[in-house]
Design a protein around this ligand. Sequence first.
Ligand code: SF4
Ligand code: SF4
Ligand code: F3S
Length: 266
Amino acid sequence: ETKPRIPVLWLHGLECTCCSESFIRSAHPLASDVVLSMISLDYNDTLMAAAGHQAEAILDEIRHQYKGRYILAVEGNPPLGQDGMSCIIGGRPFLDQLREVASDCQAVIAWGTCASWGCVQAAHPNPTQAVSIDKVIHDKPIIKVPGCPPIAEVMTGVIAYMLTFERLPELDRQGRPKMFYGQRIHDKCYRRPHFDAGQFVESWDDEGARKGYCLYKMGCKGPTTYNACSTVRWNDGVSFPIQSGHGCIGCSEEDFWDKGSFYDHV
Ligand code: SF4
Ligand code: SF4
Ligand code: F3S
């Protein structure tokens, strides 16, 4: 409460906007408290009132006024093909905007699997040459918060940590905050006793499915996916994909889109 609100510039590249959709649903802390009391969200072209030239002018203003002090949050990624023409923001390639705003920030948050790993728009054969943001930003610390989208409370939790302790959260060797990505879905999955007992769903709607058995044989990627879904869960802790009856597709993992998550195993 005693600290000044830190400016955050939130850019959108190639993406679907569901990272923003997830963020605004955070319950602990409330997204409204984050935006109104903890940070100064000076640019987010989905959430801000300004548009057009007025909105773009804010980027320059904050960049110069808070040089080296603002946080850059990136949702989506830059396509490198055709000189970046596959994603145009304010009349120029997103790639240019990203490099420019990154040059004066103190740290970068890569929201979601798009910014962290490339995501589905980078799937083979990747026609736009979409790349994760660490392929174009090399001189700033980058905190990767993967997931498609990331869990709302993980997003606001990362921000709350940075503001409270005035440092970056401890990251693993892939750049993800250990506090949220230190365990696999499988490690804390409530269906794990069935896995250990060899009780598996063998086909949709079989007896095992009705009994809530393990979804491993239906392609669940929980054993190789690092995320907080089985502990934090979604929608204010209500549920997560496996609890809804479908295996994890590994949406927070690099290359999940090209690694058989989408039913080619069935
Ligand atoms: Fe959308 Fe997923 Fe990309 Fe977030 S990571 S913008 S949810 S496609
Ligand atoms: Fe592991 Fe998936 Fe089975 Fe859960 S449902 S115990 S995450 S394999
Ligand atoms: Fe994604 Fe798996 Fe969680 S699909 S939402 S990481 S359970």
